[in-house]
Design a protein around this ligand. Sequence first.
Ligand SMILES: CCCCCCCCCCCCC/C=C/C(=O)SCCNC(=O)CCNC(=O)[C@H](O)C(C)(C)COP(=O)(O)OP(=O)(O)OC[C@H]1O[C@@H](n2cnc3c(N)ncnc32)[C@H](O)[C@@H]1OP(=O)(O)O
Length: 275
Amino acid sequence: MTATNFDPGTYETLELDLTDGVLTLTVNRPKALNALSREVVSDLWKAFTAIQDSCTHDAGWPVRGVIVTGAGGKAFVAGADIRQMSSMDPDTASEYGRSMHGVTLLIEKLPVPVIAAVDGFALGGGCELALACDFIYASEAARFGQPEVNLGLVPGFGGSVRLPQRVGLGPARELIYTGRQIDAAEALRLGLANRVLADRDELFAAARATIGEIAAKAPLAVGLAKQSIAGATGRSTAKGLEIEADAFREAFTTQDMREGTTAFLEKRSAVFTGK
Ligand SMILES: CCCCCCCCCCCCC/C=C/C(=O)SCCNC(=O)CCNC(=O)[C@H](O)C(C)(C)COP(=O)(O)OP(=O)(O)OC[C@H]1O[C@@H](n2cnc3c(N)ncnc32)[C@H](O)[C@@H]1OP(=O)(O)O
């Protein structure tokens, strides 16, 4: 794993900043309100693959959490790229949809927390990108929606699955059928947003603080817990318990589990190494 994977210049459409274990990934197309062009989707795949590859003991776990956000101060991401979609045939659109499905599944597989810091519009594919993240933190200026029906489209980056999981079938149906936008307060009420902060500075401070809090825990355990929840979501209780049992067993194979339990009994703080 080399640092060049996170060098800002590596990605045409993204800005990356790795500071104190927090990787801030900014979709950088402010003139198009950070719309998810095919180039952005390809860069997101490359960036999240690099993050995935860095999450090992040998690589030193340089990334302990990711903040996803948008540039320009007006939008998180205003959706898939309407200009590009307007000329797509169904097969190209399908490939576009599937490529973004891959990005969202990769985000859910990452063994570190990914926080969507939403300041401004998170619409359509932008809301779906946020839904693939572990937590959605919103500024008071945030607005969410799945307005695809206004374009003769449907959610295509995972919203049909993840929005009902996050807010429930009733509110998800209403948002998708009406295409309406909701503000940060409503998003919090529905459980779409985990937290609402006054402005962009407080939004990022809260996201960094949460990542810092989680970074003090055993990294493999956090990753196993994330994997367990993702695997069990939407499955039967029996299947979910099987997935949890496998993760629980795997935790017992880690040095961090020995360290964590021993440190408790010796009444000292644990020193986790991610092994
Ligand atoms: C097994 C899988 C198979 C899948 C098979 C299915 C195929 C699926 C493929 C596709 C899946 C896609 C899934 C997601 C779909 C979507 O996201 S659809 C788009 C949803 N988003 C929207 O509808 C929002 C569109 N934007 C707006 O409504 C407004 O821009 C705004 C956010 C309300 C802001 O308005 P305003 O302040 O007036 O600014 P504007 O002038 O409108 O915008 C400024 C410039 O930004 C450009 N822009 C905005 N949004 C987009 C966008 N989504 N795409 C491209 N460009 C966008 C806008 O055009 C302006 O540009 P200029 O005119 O050049 O200045």
